[in-house]
Design a protein around this ligand. Structure first.
Ligand SMILES: C[S@@+](CC[C@H](N)C(=O)[O-])C[C@H]1O[C@@H](n2cnc3c(N)ncnc32)[C@H](O)[C@@H]1O
Length: 309
């Protein structure tokens, strides 16, 4: 399989060979930052408005993306409270990554430990994807589109410590600014310039649904694929047409609401095929949030594609 990625051998690529050492270093920064952060912010997740008894966390939005124009609660992802919530949970996430226990964990649920079977499924599936992306190579380049603070980078280092990574993360400005503080070996991007080259693996986990023009985004991601594209944590329906939902994630400490797509499975797969992608493996995620009022209930799925043209 041809590899068109560039940049191996750069300074970013000179990673510590011992992954636990790298995580320990990140933990030190976490402790340092926490010591500099006013304690009032640590418990932000637990203090923000609950949705119980008011609006549902997940709800169908018949008018689609226009809803963001008339509802000021829909602030999207680039807000300080999301960064604060990630920051508060980051040391717990790093602690959970260390050692030999199961990896059923996520940065947003650090307090929940490491035994969540859905998260375990997500993490171990990613391990399989890394294996396929690496093939016989000892170094690969990765673009993580919607990668937040870059936690998949640490998962990759934990799952495949021998694999050298040139890791790129694209996300909204506030999250990428925070990510740069924790993970200096990751390249963070805020715009589509990172899509002007190719990567061995392009990853979009739980993020494609937040692109209003998801077809164009999928096409651009396909254009950056040197070998494999992994789109996962994507809510799909079988029969209904693609529709828009709102998530009100206040219970995670995010003082915002955001719109997302629940995609029709055939529409998604047809668009992927038209972008030159061939399905290699489908994944079941196990997440099925109830979207109140939706024409059909969804199921989260993952898809590993190979670039074929
Ligand atoms: C549900 S989180 C998923 C985070 C991570 N990829 C994971 O799987 O745990 C969605 C991510 O998509 C990001 N996102 C939303 N719109 C984006 C955009 N236009 N470009 C890049 N990232 C975006 C959000 O900021 C957030 O980090």
């Amino acid at each position: 399989m041809p590899t068109q990625s560039r940049g191996h051998g750069t300074q970013k690529d000179c990673l510590l060979s011992n992954n636990s050492l790298e995580i320990a270093l990140a933990m030190t920064s976490a402790a340092l930052l926490k010591s500099l952060t006013p304690p009032a912010l640590w418990g932000l997740a637990k203090r923000l408005r609950p949705t119980e008894g008011s609006k549902p966390e997940w709800e169908y939005v018949p008018e689609g993306w226009q809803a963001a124009q008339r509802n000021e609660d829909i602030q999207g992802w680039d807000v300080a409270s999301v960064v604060e919530a990630y920051r508060a949970d980051w040391p717990g996430f790093l602690r959970n990554l260390a050692g030999t226990g199961p990896l059923g964990l996520a940065p947003e649920s650090a307090a929940a430990g490491r035994d969540n079977p859905i998260l375990h499924n997500i993490v171990m599936s990613f391990g399989y994807v890394l294996l396929r992306a690496a093939g016989r190579k000892d170094a690969i380049s990765v673009l993580d589109w919607g990668g937040g603070l870059g936690h998949y980078y640490l998962l990759a280092r934990t799952l495949a410590p021998e694999l050298r990574l040139e890791y790129h993360c694209k996300d909204v400005p506030l999250l990428t600014a925070e990510g740069r503080r924790w993970l200096p070996t990751v390249s963070f991007h805020t715009d589509d310039a990172c899509l002007q080259r190719t990567y061995d693996l392009v990853l979009a986990s739980g993020s494609l649904q937040f692109a209003e023009d998801w077809q164009a985004t999928l096409g651009k991601l396909a254009g950056a694929v040197g070998s494999l594209l992994y789109v996962t944590n994507l809510p799909l329906v079988e029969k209904a047409r693609s529709f828009v939902f709102v998530q009100r994630p206040y219970r995670f400490g995010y003082d915002t609401e955001y719109l997302g797509w629940c995609l029709n499975r055939s529409e998604f797969l047809d668009t992927a095929a038209a972008s030159g992608l061939t399905l290699l493996r489908e994944f079941v995620v196990g997440h099925r949030p109830n979207i109140v009022g939706a024409p059909e209930q969804n199921e989260y799925r993952g898809f590993l594609f190979q670039k074929t043209m």
